[in-house]
Design a protein around this ligand. Structure first.
Ligand code: PCA
Length: 204
């Protein structure tokens, strides 16, 4: 059976829950189109998160790597169009806040994802779920893991498809947070399942 490595993140900053965590935990061990889903929850930590994802990739040898992140404040499911070679931003969970640093010295400036982002957006909309391509994954941890997975594939000549999908807050998070738009957990999870269905059907 083929394998999908699906990553989510732990809570960070003022977001006391991370909806990606619950989705990954629930999908871990399930199958989709003959692909087995292997879930991993990454720390929000510039030192550790990409390292842990790459170690999992080397251990599991997946055919597809999809990373999920919370974009608190966004209204739609947003597959990312680029990952850029920059880390810069708010402090991570270890209070590290890099400024203007490269993720990989001498790495490519940017990578396009290798998952079919347009098809994912079209299918989500067809299924009644708001979605659009995002033109920036930011320069925080989400961009960091997206860049790292694409760079890892390139330099090691690995053929897995890889990309990043940002999701809005869950209702659970919005109740605690106060001022962000939110989706139900079941719709968020369905959007992720549909996205994985598109990726794995296209690959077959
Ligand atoms: N979202 C953050 C990091 C962890 C997460 O879920 C981001 O967009 O970079």
């Amino acid at each position: 059976m083929k394998k999908i490595l699906l990553s989510g993140f732990e809570p960070f900053l003022h977001f006391k829950v991370n909806p990606t965590m619950k989705i990954v935990e629930e999908l871990n061990g399930t199958n989709i189109n003959n692909y087995e889903i292997h879930g991993v929850i990454l720390p929000v930590d510039f030192e550790k998160s990409a390292k842990q994802l790459l170690e999992k990739i080397d251990e599991i040898k997946p055919d597809v790597v999809v990373s999920l992140g919370l974009a608190g404040g966004r209204y739609k499911i947003t597959p990312e169009r680029f990952a850029v070679n920059i880390k810069d931003g708010e402090p991570d969970n270890n209070q590290v806040a890099p400024k203007d640093q490269l993720i990989v010295e001498d790495g490519e400036t940017a990578f396009f994802p290798t998952i079919p982002i347009r098809e994912i957006v079209d299918r989500l909309i067809e299924e009644g779920l708001p979605a659009e391509i995002s033109n920036t994954a930011g320069t925080y941890l989400c961009n960091n893991v997206m860049y790292s997975a694409l760079h890892h594939a390139k330099i090691n000549n690995l053929s897995y498809q890889s990309g990043f999908i940002h999701i809005p807050a869950s209702h659970e998070l919005a109740i605690q947070h106060g001022k962000i738009p939110s989706w139900s957990h079941s719709d968020l999870k369905r959007a992720v399942e549909i996205s994985l269905d598109v990726i794995t059907s296209e690959a077959n």
